[in-house]
Design a protein around this ligand. Structure first.
Ligand code: MG
Length: 247
């Protein structure tokens, strides 16, 4: 069931999203060679708590941390750990905030030190595919319009979208209906209506889109160990067009 949010609720979700975006910027700055991913998790959690909010992922479906950390071939849902970031790592940070009863969800990919040309290109293509997808998130368009736009751009650049993981609605729960795949047919799927709040999150592989479980047994990695990138924003569908709530 898709829940429609009131303008008052969207205002609260934007406050939640502001805390989240600020938390992400904070840990992005720290993501340098020599730091452990556990330190990033601790900083993210402390930052969120200091704002009177809660880390939305901690305890969600058994996930024990605030921050999802996935490096190189790992795509999403990885555990923070004693792993020390090294020059050339492609780091994915995915974080959620619960504030005044409403969740927001955001992810970025960070180049740690100097990454390869291909890693940089993968990152830029994924980031741009999110921007293009967001542009389609307007009243009268469909979920298929978002997925189709993301997929066509990514595939034109020679990369693949992950098929088995997707974006989602968000609100009082982290994951709500509808699902927002990163592929699809133009005009296909549910119509977007005013008051929907959705997470668009392209996950892109430099190789094949098939997945396997990560080494920690919780996250997902590309089956062929190729590099992956991930960007995500929480968006409201408004009469004035898509509104990014995690900025
Ligand atoms: Mg998400």
């Amino acid at each position: 069931m898709i829940t429609i949010k009131t303008p008052e609720e969207i205002k609260i979700i934007a406050e939640s999203g502001k805390i989240l975006a600020d938390a992400i910027r904070e840990i992005e700055k720290m993501a340098k060679p020599g730091i452990t991913t556990r330190e990033l998790d601790r900083t993210a959690e402390a930052f969120i708590l200091s704002k009177g909010a809660k880390p939305a992922f901690k305890g969600y479906e058994g996930f024990p941390y605030a921050l999802c950390v996935s490096v190189n071939e790992n795509i999403v849902h990885g555990f923070p750990s004693g792993y020390v970031l090294k020059d050339g790592d492609l780091l994915k940070l995915d974080l959620g905030v619960l504030y005044k009863g409403f969740n927001t969800d955001m992810a970025i990919t960070v180049a740690v030190g100097n990454v390869s040309f291909e890693a940089r290109r993968l990152m830029n293509v994924t980031k741009k595919s999110l921007r293009l997808g967001i542009k389609k998130a307007k009243i009268g368009n469909t979920i298929g319009d978002i997925g189709n736009t993301v997929q066509r751009f990514v595939e034109d650049q020679g990369f693949d979208v992950i098929r088995d993981l997707c974006g989602h609605g968000i609100g009082k729960s982290v994951h709500e209906d509808p699902k927002i795949p990163n592929f699809g047919k133009r005009g296909g799927g549910e119509k977007l209506v005013e008051g929907m709040v959705i997470c668009i999150e392209p996950m892109v592989s430099a190789g094949d889109y098939n997945l396997k479980k990560s080494g920690d047994g919780y996250g997902y990695a590309t089956a062929d160990n190729s590099l992956s990138a991930h960007f995500e924003h929480t968006i409201a569908i408004t009469s004035r067009g898509p509104r990014i709530l995690t900025e």
